[in-house]
Design a binder for this molecule. Structure first.
Ligand code: PMM
Length: 286
């Protein structure tokens, strides 16, 4: 299942889409600080595309646990030149933002999808802006900003609660004029979630898929993979050594039919998607 409103060739893809992560931030947990310079960021985005990213997700505000907000002017300064540079190079781009103003400017610069980790909760103008733009919209499960999200990880039943809260976001988006066929849902792994919340959500992906929306999964290099792979002393696997685990999640998610995975290591996930597709078809040929 995929959203409508994507440009070719994304609209034609029959397999899980690989979304490459490009954080233009000093402080994201995995790639923060590396791509603050516009030309380095554009070069990395082009590289991700060359390695198999079907779309590159450009973000200018870190959402790592504990992160502080960035003023909108700074977010725009970080994101817009990189979006423009990648669009000029022929790379499909999404914008990772919680702000309507940034979404509007990024789509004007050529971004073809808005990825909102707050599902519209952070900015009351977001849904109306996306409705006007007419692009697909990822609504992620979110309960509060990064400085307090670790205190919000309480659920009666995480799968039931996340599905209910995501349905509320989808209803709000549709009430503001975003067509249902443009909406993608994302359980928001690691956002106000402890490790076992993430695993429960991954196990029950079919329940989320049954809501009738395409799904996006962002597991890449997250803390729950680090703790799963902790060493004998209980020390988490370092962030830059979590790509193989990420690739394994990609394979499982793709085998379950999710629309997209958002990852840092594009090459590994791209291979994993192809394996999952051959497995689903029972054949190497489409
Ligand atoms: N995770 C992060 C940022 N943006 N967007 C979506 N839709 N889903 C996610 O899981 C998600 C996201 C945090 O990871 P990063 O700091 O490595 O970008």
């Amino acid at each position: 299942m995929r959203p409508d409103g994507l440009p070719a060739p994304l609209a034609q893809l029959r397999r899980t889409v690989v979304m490459g992560v490009l954080n233009v931030t000093p402080d994201s947990f995995s790639d923060g600080g590396r791509y603050q310079d516009v030309s380095a960021a554009v070069a990395h985005g082009r590289d991700l595309h060359a390695q198999g990213a079907d779309i590159v997700d450009v973000g200018g505000e870190s959402t790592r646990p504990g992160a502080q907000r960035v003023p909108v002017g700074e977010e725009l300064d970080r994101v817009l030149p990189v979006v423009s540079g990648l669009v000029e190079a022929g790379v499909p781009v999404s914008v990772d933002t919680m702000r309507a103003e940034t979404a509007l400017a990024a789509v004007a610069a050529g971004a073809c999808l808005v990825n909102d980790v707050s599902g519209g909760l952070a900015d009351p103008d977001m849904h109306a802006a996306v409705a006007r733009l007419g692009v697909p919209y990822v609504a992620m499960h979110w309960r509060g900003h990064s400085d307090r999200m670790d205190d919000l990880a309480t659920y009666d039943d995480v799968v039931v609660d996340v599905i209910g809260e995501l349905r509320d976001r989808a209803e709000a988006a549709m009430a503001a004029g975003i067509p249902q066929r443009h909406i993608v849902l994302d359980p928001g792994l690691g956002f106000a979630k402890e490790a076992d919340h993430n695993w429960a959500l991954l196990k029950r992906l079919p329940n989320l898929a049954a809501q009738g929306f395409p799904l996006l999964i962002g597991a890449s290099r997250k803390r729950f993979l680090g703790s799963l792979l902790a060493d004998d002393d209980g020390v988490d696997r370092p962030v830059d050594e979590r790509d193989r685990a990420t690739d394994a999640v990609t394979a499982v998610a793709a085998a379950m039919g999710v629309w997209a995975v958002r990852v840092h290591d594009v090459a590994g996930s791209s291979d994993a998607v192809r394996v999952a597709e051959a497995w689903r078809r029972g054949s190497a040929h489409g």
